[in-house]
Design a protein. Structure first.
Length: 251
């Protein structure tokens, strides 16, 4: 259990701005093993949102409160995944081949496509959350960040890292495997079952189909993944999870 607690703290330190692992020494192998607890960190972030939703619900109108909750999630994660989304969109829009896409993604400047993409992702996430029925809102706030971090486990476990010069994401991708995928998937399934009952299993099935599509797309277009791809996939799946709750679960 001591090793698992270590890995959970390591995952929390990487995915959030909270100083939960300053005293821990890391290695690429330990970073890869910490992927197993990415969905669990998502649940903790979701729990933070649920508590704040309860605390502020009587003080703020729903429309304002949902915007605040999204801003808090962005702040708690240091906008890490949004940065990846902007870089990926710029690369896909401007690159003619894999090398061109990766070169643009590495550029720290954000282009028009990245800006527009960020605006639309945030707008869609806000509108989807705002329209989730109140009876399902707490469950949605919990499962959304959990599913968003689960997709990182899937892509890291089944794709290769495509930057030959290496990078932070490479430490996770190169050392992730079956153990990380099974633990992460079990976490998501259990959370969905507790929160939504049998409908939660169907929800995870649909998210799993989307994960397969993303995996195949990135393999075909880039030959694998980078850290930016993992971050962008998180944003895509968070939005998709809210949309599926609207379309399938709450109906």
């Amino acid at each position: 259990m001591k090793r698992e607690w270590f890995e959970l703290r390591l995952a929390g330190a990487f995915l959030t701005v909270f100083p939960v692992a300053r005293d821990l020494k890391t290695t690429p192998e330990r970073l890869g093993r910490s992927l197993a607890f990415f969905p669990a960190v998502g649940l903790i972030l979701g729990l933070l949102l649920v508590v704040l939703n309860w605390a502020l619900g009587a003080l703020l109108p729903r429309a304002v409160l949902d915007c605040v909750l999204i801003l808090i999630l962005i702040g708690a994660t240091g906008a890490l995944h949004l940065d990846g989304m902007a870089d990926l969109l710029d690369g896909l829009a401007g690159g003619k081949d894999r090398e061109g896409i990766l070169r643009i993604m590495k550029d720290s400047r954000v282009g028009a496509m990245g800006v527009v993409g960020l605006i639309m992702v945030l707008l869609l996430k806000y509108l989807a959350l705002f329209n989730v029925p109140e009876d399902f809102k707490s469950a949605a706030l919990l499962i959304m960040p959990c599913a968003g971090r689960w997709i990182q486990v899937v892509l890291a476990s089944f794709c290769r890292y495509v930057r030959p010069e290496g990078g932070t994401g490479g430490a996770f991708v190169d050392h992730a495997g079956e153990r990380e995928f099974l633990i992460g998937t079990a976490t998501l399934l259990l959370a969905a079952l507790v929160l939504f009952g049998l409908k939660g299993i169907f929800l995870v099935f649909l998210i799993g189909l989307a994960a397969m599509v993303l995996l195949r797309y990135f393999e075909a277009r880039l030959g694998g993944v980078t850290g930016d791809v993992l971050g962008a996939a998180t944003e895509v799946v968070e939005v998709l999870t809210l949309l599926l709750i609207l379309a399938v679960i709450s109906s």
